[in-house]
Design a protein around this ligand. Structure first.
Ligand SMILES: [Zn+2]
Ligand SMILES: [Zn+2]
Length: 235
């Protein structure tokens, strides 16, 4: 072993000591999400409702979507919101583990390569200013930024604004409550997104109400299409 490879080894050891990385799901050293935990994430595979992206026999539009007349063109997600991924997203969202946005955006990128969606601009689902002050960051914005680097798509995070401070979606019980919570909660503060095809980025979609309210605000501002792309979907 020559002096250079010894130095390289030493550098690796020092980096590991100073910046240890471990799997947020199982604690194994080496990566934020280790390959064996990743393999346990539950993929959302076809047949899916073409609109909301939930599993649905024969790829036909589900009864919920027929009755809803949603503004959003559709929602897609690589994974179901459950188990280990739910745990990992919690770390990204509430435990200040911002570095998780990098591997998570990579999962979104891989999904997009295999399941292309129309989109020329990335827009993260905004948080209210008050919540950004509480949390210090918007996890959707982190995901969109990282995905922007991978896809070379522009990210516009300061046009769509959340004007109402609603209780956390996780704490509100029914889908109907979620809808009334977020209806009219968003607006576009200028016309920069006019005629654009938007990929709306979020970590999780539960009822789809937030994405749909964002889509309504974007379309009111002249956006052509809005597809929601989320890391995990509650089904
Ligand atoms: Zn693991
Ligand atoms: Zn549906």
């Amino acid at each position: 072993m020559n002096i250079f490879s010894q130095l390289a080894d030493l550098k690796g050891i020092v980096v590991d000591l100073l910046f240890p990385v471990w799997c947020v799901c199982c604690g194994k050293k080496g990566s934020y999400i280790c390959p064996s935990c990743y393999s346990l994430f539950v993929q959302l595979l076809p047949p899916l409702c073409p609109k909301c992206g939930r599993p649905q026999p024969d790829n036909i539009i589900c009864t919920r979507c027929i009755n809803e007349q949603a503004e959003i063109n559709g929602i897609r997600s690589p994974f179901q919101f459950e188990g280990l991924l739910r745990q990992a997203i919690h770390q990204l969202k509430y435990r200040n583990l911002r570095a998780l946005a990098t591997p998570m955006a990579r999962f979104l990128h891989e999904f997009l390569i295999n399941n292309p969606l129309p989109g020329d601009t990335l827009v993260p689902v905004p948080l209210h200013q008050k919540r950004i002050r509480e949390r210090g960051y918007n996890q959707s914005n982190l995901l969109a930024r990282e995905l922007g680097k991978l896809t070379n798509l522009p990210v516009i995070s300061d046009c769509l604004i959340r004007k109402r401070y609603a209780p956390s979606q996780a704490k509100t019980a029914t889908a109907n409550q979620r809808y009334s919570n977020v209806a009219d909660a968003f607006y576009c503060q200028d016309n920069r997104l006019k005629d654009k095809q938007i990929l709306l980025i979020d970590d999780v979609s539960t009822s789809g109400a937030t994405l749909n309210a964002c889509a309504a605000a974007l379309k009111a501002a002249g956006v052509t299409t809005v597809w929601g792309l989320v890391l995990a979907r509650e089904i």
